[in-house]
Design a protein around this ligand. Structure first.
Ligand SMILES: [Zn+2]
Length: 324
């Protein structure tokens, strides 16, 4: 069954976030989307409030959304024309240094996690911070992610630390939203060594649609396809996916973390965030309608394009998530 899988999207981190942007994703052909519910800069109170609000919105709109816990849920939702949703965490701080928190978040709908958001913490390194590697606690956390059955994600993670995670993981590892450094010089982008290590786990590199990482101020499906072709040529098309990473902003909702929140700490100017993060551009939702053709224009077959647009992530989730 053909499933289109968007491995990462952001709504306002506010319990009252309007879910109608997700309807636009569904109308553009997406069957499953992973929605962020918190990053390392967000306090636990905010993350819990967001989880409660998002779960309530999904439960109140069964004709539009379903909280998916298995690949079977996603396929059943696709048949009904409903968007399957899972949640993701960006950073290990919400785990409170306690591996058992992973199962708790899983019971609330979290399906994927990376351990650091740009900056170092007690578990892992961020991609814009000093190099240490995966900490002893981090090794226990990787084991717990594998045992719990969550997707281990290495986006936003330090390069050496991500290699440590991929070596330690007994399950396929993904990058839910990352781009090849060889095509666009940015600290958030990943080296060929990281891409090869991800493929060696059986995992998938999902290309992001963010302007700064694609290297185009007005990114398009063609840019996505170019990045997808690079990863496919390096490690094989079965290791390529899509995580557009669109931030659906709703200016009337204030979702800033409380003081002393400092955006320049999380998105350092020296790391290439010279312009305001608020001004970052994203490939539009409509990219999903154009991707199959764009991927075929860079040499993929129609079947390869289907694998990139969702089949590969479906395979990995089927292997990693607990089956019901
Ligand atoms: Zn992110």
């Amino acid at each position: 069954m053909k499933i289109n899988w968007d491995a990462h999207a952001c709504l306002p981190l506010h319990p009252d976030a309007d879910f109608s942007p997700l309807d636009r994703l569904r109308e553009a052909g997406v069957n499953y989307v992973s929605v962020n519910v918190g990053m390392d800069m967000n306090p636990l109170a905010q993350i819990m409030s967001v989880l409660a609000g998002f779960r309530a919105t999904i439960a109140a709109n069964p004709q539009r959304f379903v909280l998916a816990s298995s690949v079977a849920d996603i396929e059943a939702a696709a048949v009904r024309g409903v968007l399957a949703v899972g949640f993701d965490l960006e950073g290990a701080l919400p785990l409170l240094e306690q591996p058992d928190m992973l199962a708790l978040y899983q019971s609330l709908g979290v399906r994927q996690i990376h351990f650091a958001y740009n900056r170092n913490n007690s578990v892992a390194d961020g991609c814009h911070d000093a190099v240490r590697g995966l900490t002893p606690l981090g090794h226990r956390m990787v084991e717990a992610v594998n045992k719990t059955g969550l997707l281990m994600d290495c986006s936003h993670t330090g390069r050496r630390c991500s290699l440590d995670i991929m070596a330690a993981s007994s399950q396929p590892v993904i990058f839910s939203h990352a781009n090849p450094l060889a095509l666009s010089e940015h600290g958030r982008n990943i080296t060929d060594e990281q891409i090869l290590a991800c493929a060696a786990t059986g995992g998938v590199v999902c290309l992001s649609g963010v302007s700064a990482f694609l290297g185009n101020d007005a990114p398009t499906a063609t840019d996505m396809a170019r990045h997808a072709a690079y990863v496919a040529n390096l490690v094989g098309v079965q290791h390529v996916g899509i995580g557009l990473d669109i931030s659906f902003r709703q200016p009337e909702l204030n979702d800033s973390p409380p003081p002393p929140y400092d955006p320049v700490y999380w998105w350092p100017r020296a790391a290439g965030y010279d312009r305001s993060v608020q001004r970052m551009c994203y490939t539009p939702v409509e990219t999903w309608r154009l991707l199959a053709d764009a991927l075929q224009r860079v040499g993929l077959t129609a079947l390869d394009a289907e694998a990139v647009m969702g089949g590969n992530m479906l395979r990995v989730a089927g292997a990693v998530w607990p089956s019901e």
